[in-house]
Design a protein around this ligand. Structure first.
Ligand code: C2O
Length: 620
């Protein structure tokens, strides 16, 4: 009897200690694939294949990825979305934040354990737009008994939008003088597990755990299954009290696990629906299919269902979810960061995105490596540069981020290295912008929902809180890849003294060599000054803003004048256009359209400066 007990105990201990190391050797490259069944296009391959592998590991396991950059002309990097990377922030992935970019032909070794995360995650390149070309996969971290509900089988569902052009082509026309409103490229389709019209064969009277992961770079999707309830039990690696709904709304980078109990009756099949949140599209082309249909198949000898229409997009509001472990609302904040989100044009006519008028502009040294090398100065935000929105957090303080969205779009914000509590997510206002009002707001929940990616509604606000208990350098950014490219990011430098004093945070030999090979210094402040950390001379800064008096139509008038040779000093606007043929004709042609639109939309403020500029355009 005792022997049996003892054996049982030893077996348990062995399970607890037996962590596995999963080693992956991945080389990036390009290959031609037809993902949506409509068009062949170049995608980013992993060891010559597509899609990238989906990974499952156990909590506590070690993951080692040798990421070999097989591109000929682009740097790369890999981020494991949602992992806390406690003590290993240099494995987090964003180039010039936590690491040097990986040059072609070079290899970065990501080597970390996953002791504090369980649930649904994913990994993706953190270099402009590469994951929209396919450099991404799902990552599930399991633990015996971690899901506090019973189910029979687990299925991973990866959602995304899909473009027929590669991201470099799309970025060129997006970050462009000819796109002054910053209209995001319109995707061609919605895909599911890297295909369309997927068939999912199910067993009757069975409970499935569906781990739904939106690995897209732009649009939120509505997701529902005809005549089947979805019971939410996890969001972003946080198990929740059960909440049953007909429909989910999933922004890019978010994850939802739902339980689905299948019917006893196998006489028919049901539609699995994805739908674009088309309010996020600047224009909805007439040929764009807003709904995509896949099939939940009980019976393969009977017909597939046609698409399922709904009258109302009545989806679950994640604000009201309660974490299973009922973490109480954190204490009043020690530090509050208030940021205003806005989109605007800089002097080159290109549309950028801003937190408090700063569009994230990469430093010359990765911020983590500045924190590691700056000694006592590491607690002074100055050393990280004036153009990355750097905020230094103190050990274990409660941090609150108040985000006011001055923009008319929905934005899904993601915080690296943490999950956060959601205290407020205000309703949508379409008349004017509503900033958070600390003296007049809805009551904070007792057990706030926690997750790592949260959307803010148009012209609205949210308030989140977390505890600064994870030393490292963490990005907070809009996960719409287009908006990250436009600079919608800020950087938290959390407890720099602990970063410096922890052995596992020190720069690895491999990392140093990656820096050398790509020509990025691994010591110094944002300006790469390693002697005087407070001297930022030569740091990268954003372009100038448009001179006062010019507003919407002003930029167009100014660029026009510039091209006509009147304002030769703004040569930066010309630079990118110099090698184009018939550039002036093209600009005149393009701008006449835009000018009309902009004149129509003019709000009539600061008329003086504008009207003369506008007249100049129209009279020409
Ligand atoms: Cu999926 Cu910077 O993150």
């Amino acid at each position: 009897m005792y022997a049996v007990l003892l054996l049982g105990l030893m077996a348990t201990l062995r399970v607890a200690l037996a962590t596995t190391t999963h080693t992956f050797n991945w080389t990036t490259g390009w290959g031609m694939y037809n993902v949506d069944g409509v068009k062949d296009r170049e995608v980013i391959t992993c060891n010559g294949e597509f899609p990238w592998p989906d990974i499952k590991v156990n909590r506590g396991d070690r993951i080692v990825v040798y990421l070999n950059n097989g591109f000929t002309n682009a740097n790369t990097s890999l981020h494991f979305h949602g992992l806390f990377q406690n003590g290993t922030s240099q494995m987090d992935g964003p180039p010039l934040v936590s690491q040097c970019p990986i040059a072609p032909n070079d290899t970065f070794i990501y080597n970390f354990t996953v002791p504090d995360n369980v649930g649904s995650y994913w990994y993706h390149s953190h270099v402009s737009g590469q994951y929209q070309d396919g450099m991404r996969g799902t990552l599930i971290i399991e633990e015996e008994g971690a899901v506090p509900y019973d189910y029979d089988e687990e299925v991973v569902v990866q959602l995304s939008e899909w473009y027929h052009d590669t991201t470099d082509v799309l970025i060129n026309s997006f970050m462009n003088l000819y796109n002054p409103t910053g209209a995001e490229p319109i995707p061609q389709n919605l895909i599911i597990n890297n295909t369309m019209n997927l068939t999912w064969n199910v067993e009757p009277d069975t409970t499935y755990l569906l781990r739904i992961i939106n690995t897209g770079g732009f649009v939120s999707q509505y997701f529902w299954i005809e005549d089947h309830d979805l019971t939410v039990v996890e969001v972003d690696g946080v198990y929740t009290e059960q909440n049953t709904t007909d429909m989910l709304y999933i922004t890019v980078a978010q994850r939802y696990s739902v339980l689905i109990h299948t019917k006893n009756d196998t006489s028919r099949n049901y539609a699995i629906m994805q739908k674009f949140d088309d309010t996020m599209l600047d224009v909805v082309p007439s040929d764009l299919q807003l709904n995509a249909t896949s099939y939940m198949v009980y019976n393969s000898t009977t017909s597939l269902p046609s698409e399922n229409y709904v009258d109302e997009l009545d989806f679950l509001d994640d604000f009201y979810l309660v974490p299973y472990n009922k973490t109480e609302l954190f204490d009043e904040p020690d530090y509050t960061i208030t940021v205003d989100v806005a989109m605007d044009n800089l002097i080159n006519g290109v549309n950028y995105a801003f937190f408090n008028n700063i569009t994230y502009t990469t430093p010359k040294v990765p911020t983590l490596l500045t924190a590691l090398s700056a000694g006592k100065n590491a607690t002074d935000a100055t050393v990280y540069g004036s153009n990355i929105n750097a905020f230094v957090l103190e050990k274990d303080e409660v941090v609150e981020i108040v985000l006011n969205n001055l923009d008319s779009g929905t934005h899904p914000f993601h915080l690296h290295g943490h999950i956060f509590q959601v205290l407020v997510r205000d309703v949508e206002y379409d008349d004017t912008t509503h900033a958070f009002n600390a003296d007049n707001h809805t009551a904070f929940p007792e057990y706030p929902m926690m997750r790592d990616t949260l959307y803010v509604r148009p012209q609205s606000n949210f308030v989140i809180r977390f505890k600064a208990d994870n030393p490292g350098v963490w990005m907070f950014h809009c996960h719409i890849e287009w908006h990250l490219i436009q600079g919608l990011a800020l950087i938290l430098i959390e407890d720099p003294a602990s970063i410096q004093s922890t052995a596992s945070q020190q720069i690895t030999e491999n990392h140093k060599s990656v820096c050398k090979n790509v020509g990025v210094p691994y010591e110094g402040n944002a300006a790469a000054n390693a002697t005087d950390y407070l001297d930022l001379t030569g740091e990268n800064i954003q372009l100038k803003t448009i001179p006062t008096g010019f507003t919407k139509k002003g930029i167009i008038a100014m660029v026009f004048s510039c091209l006509a040779g009147v304002l030769g000093l703004i040569s930066i606007a010309l630079y990118g256009l110099m090698d184009m043929e018939h550039v002036e004709e093209k600009v005149i042609e393009e701008l006449h359209l835009d000018v009309d639109k902009v004149l129509a939309a003019d709000d009539g403020t600061d008329e003086g400066a504008n009207s003369s500029a506008a007249e100049k355009v129209s009279s020409d």
